[in-house]
Ligand binder design. Sequence first.
Ligand code: NAD
Ligand code: UFG
Length: 332
Amino acid sequence: MNILVTGGVGYIGSHTCISLLESGHSVIIADNLYNSKRETVEKIKYLTNDNVDFYEIDVTDTQAVDDIFKNNIIDGVIHFAGFKAVGESVKLPLNYYYNNVVSTMVLADACLKYNVNRFVFSSSATVYGNNTVPFSETMDPLPTTNPYGETKSMSERILTDIARANPAFSVSLLRYFNPVGAHESGLIGESPNGIPNNLMPYVTQVAKRKLEKLRIFGNDYPTVDGTGVRDYIHIMDLAEGHVVALNNLTEGVHIYNLGTGKGTSVLELVKAFEVANDITIPYEIVDRRPGDIASCYADVSKAKQELGWIAKRDLIAMCKDAWRFEIKINKN
Ligand code: NAD
Ligand code: UFG
């Protein structure tokens, strides 16, 4: 299939492009490079020995999106493009609602106009709010504590209503848990600008001694050791999950958790990183981070039963691959 991948230069999108190309699909990327670098497009081509069409456009731009649909045969869309920083979304809610929700509407509109009936959407475990773990697709989404989470719930809702009104329109809502790690080559991975918000990139920068020590946000949660528990998933497992979801897409709306089903605490992740890479990670315990929940991990039985997909790579592989990428991209 010819797949339009919005945000395909970003962290999850670039790894998914590799999996798509390796599975025999063709890829057209639309990305405005707001949070990514053009050189990643060349790396995708290099790693797959394949070609990729790249359009540097903003997917909220109706005309630019229409031009892509007009000039290409598109069989499906995977919509990654969006802003994703939870804290920033509290400060800049309008930017988040505009970019994340309008982009979804512009793309869905073009799909209906050009009869493109496969739509895969990047959603988030955030939509479960404070439900009880493990989070299951049967649970109702709860209000989240931030505008970013609301943009995901709203986009899910919009796509669901569109699919109801247009029975041929097939939608897969993929709720990601915590993607970490990098492509095994170490050539592409996650490289946030400035000081990282997320745990794994922070840990790799402490390992590199670019940052002095990790600050662990709270050790008084009701978890195994008091630190926050998350479901970390290797980025390549997540990427492969997209290909499987796309290949199995049938009419209607399908929601899948993409996680491992296993919760790992912050201290357990730090220990795994130290063992995997033989590096000590200095840390201190500080106050809880506002908005954090104690535990977040997936019930992964639906993706296994319906798609035959499970995450294969373990925490040690995630830590090794994250570190290999950090060494390769930041030699100094
Ligand atoms: P990323 O920032 O690395 O990638 C997003 C890409 O979209 C970037 O290349 C950026 O330049 C592009 N982009 C943003 N707005 C755009 C626009 N209007 N037009 C064109 N391109 C635009 O983020 P990521 O981690 O790869 O996340 C991809 C998607 O998955 C996002 O929608 C994010 O909300 C969602 N998600 C991410 C996580 C996570 O932990 N990384 C978890 C759950 C959901
Ligand atoms: N943490 C620290 N110190 C840090 C960074 C994080 O202790 O410097 C802790 C957090 O308190 C949390 C855990 O590490 O307990 C994971 O935090 P992340 O910031 O890496 O990830 P979150 O679970 O907060 O959120 C991420 C993405 C969201 C996405 C969500 C889905 O940032 O966009 O996963 O589960 F919605």
